[in-house]
Design a protein. Structure first.
Length: 406
């Protein structure tokens, strides 16, 4: 039988009633003649609640113990779903990430999958079971429990789909698919029927929350077709796959990320090797950075700014204290009142006026740009957080993304 992988996010399994609805959908997929593997996130706000408790005990919890704590949420969800499916007369078996053969590197809190050993999952499917896998987690090469970072259940699902040669990886969420922007911010945002891996990867990396960026990269590398769908409506969603030609599509979408901070090192000595020292220290802590801007040198010193996830700020402060002392900078500051707005579309490569139009509409709204970063298919601007949602709406309107058929 063909294998399909279904992933359900926290809102989709946020209550007993919703778990029952997911069980009904899974059983229908099984009755339609598919082998079904289900990947689940933790229920509702479980992960946030567990993280909050940990930080009430210690501002920067010990990474190993934090991973042990946070993986409990997915184990609860998978077990409840397994009970619900079995109660419907359909055999189901649930497995943790380690039981499912998900092998990761050793980076607690942001581990990367290095190998999938699906033998146990394949055997369970062969025995006629629906298989349920706890998302977001794995087992490191040193036999430690690890987590894959926020949104990691998407990556679990795509990786499992690749390992099993699945027909499709269905990502069920609380929206009907991928939109030109967040419909909660831009009511006129349009659902996209098909989007390329390249555009989706840029949108995900820029802060669009529909898919985890690493899951899209994994799907592109292994040719896994992703179908982003609503868990509350039985309607077609958005296909993420290779797209031969995006005729007439200039901009695919606009993403807003309000969960980043801007870090600035002031009066950094302008000499070879300083930047390497700074970013090696940050990388050693497993902290990902995004935009980097270095100012022109004056009197042998310069300012260096970059953005990093807000969640990493507590760890980043310790790193920056040590870096300032090591390189002889004056000081560092952290601004957590920023937002990043990103315009994404493969079509902009052939249209040099896109950046000018984006900057023009922001200027007309009195929105100041603090940093700019570009790629061939993306333009990102750091602005004040208070201007974030307004900026998305006016840029979305300028490029007419609400126009046209779904």
């Amino acid at each position: 039988m063909p294998v399909i992988v279904q992933k359900y996010g926290g809102t989709s399994v946020g209550s007993v009633e919703r778990i029952q609805a997911v069980a009904d959908r899974v059983v229908r997929a099984r009755e339609e003649g598919n082998d079904v593997v289900v990947v689940v996130s933790a229920m509702g706000d479980t992960t946030d609640d567990l993280m909050s408790m940990a930080r009430r005990i210690a501002p920067v919890p010990e990474p190993r113990e934090l991973d042990m704590l946070l993986t409990a949420g997915e184990r609860i969800a998978m077990s409840l779903l397994g009970i619900a499916i079995n109660a419907r007369g359909c055999r189901a078996a649930s497995y943790t990430g380690s039981q499912a053969g998900i092998i990761t590197d050793t980076q607690h809190g942001a581990a990367k999958i290095v190998e999938i050993r699906p033998k146990r999952i394949a055997e369970a499917l062969g025995a006629g079971n629906v298989v349920i896998v706890a998302g977001f987690q794995g087992l490191s090469s040193q036999y430690e429990i690890t987590t894959l970072g926020r949104g990691g259940s998407d990556t679990t699902a795509v990786a499992m789909a690749a390992a099993l040669g699945a027909e499709v990886c269905e990502i069920y969420t609380d929206v009907r698919g991928v939109f030109t922007s967040d419909p909660r911010v831009v009511p006129g945002a349009r659902k996209i029927d098909r989007i390329s891996y390249e555009d989706m990867l840029e949108l995900a990396a820029a802060g669009a929350r529909v898919l985890h960026s690493r899951s899209v990269e994994y799907a592109r590398r292994h040719g896994v077709r992703i179908h982003v769908r609503s868990s509350f409506e039985d309607v077609p969603g958005t296909w993420v796959q290779e797209v031969d030609e995006m005729e007439g599509v200039l901009i695919s979408g606009i993403a807003l990320d309000q969960d980043e901070a801007k870090v600035t090192l002031e009066r950094v000595p302008d000499r070879p090797g300083v930047a390497a020292t700074v970013f090696k220290a940050i990388a050693a802590q497993g902290i990902s950075i995004d935009m980097i801007v270095q100012n022109i040198s004056h009197a042998g010193a310069t300012d260096l700014s970059f953005t990093a996830p807000l969640v990493d700020v507590p760890r980043l402060q310790d790193v920056m204290d040590a870096v300032v002392a090591e390189i002889g900078a004056d000081r560092f500051t952290i601004d957590d009142a920023i937002a990043k707005i990103s315009l994404v579309g493969a079509g902009m490569k052939a249209h040099p006026g896109v950046a000018a139009d984006m900057f023009d509409v922001l200027a007309a709204e009195g929105i100041n740009i603090e940093m700019i970063s570009t790629s061939p298919i993306r333009i990102s601007c750091v602005i004040h957080k208070a201007d974030g949602e307004r900026a998305v709406r006016v840029v979305h309107d300028r490029f007419g993304l609400e126009v046209g058929p779904e």
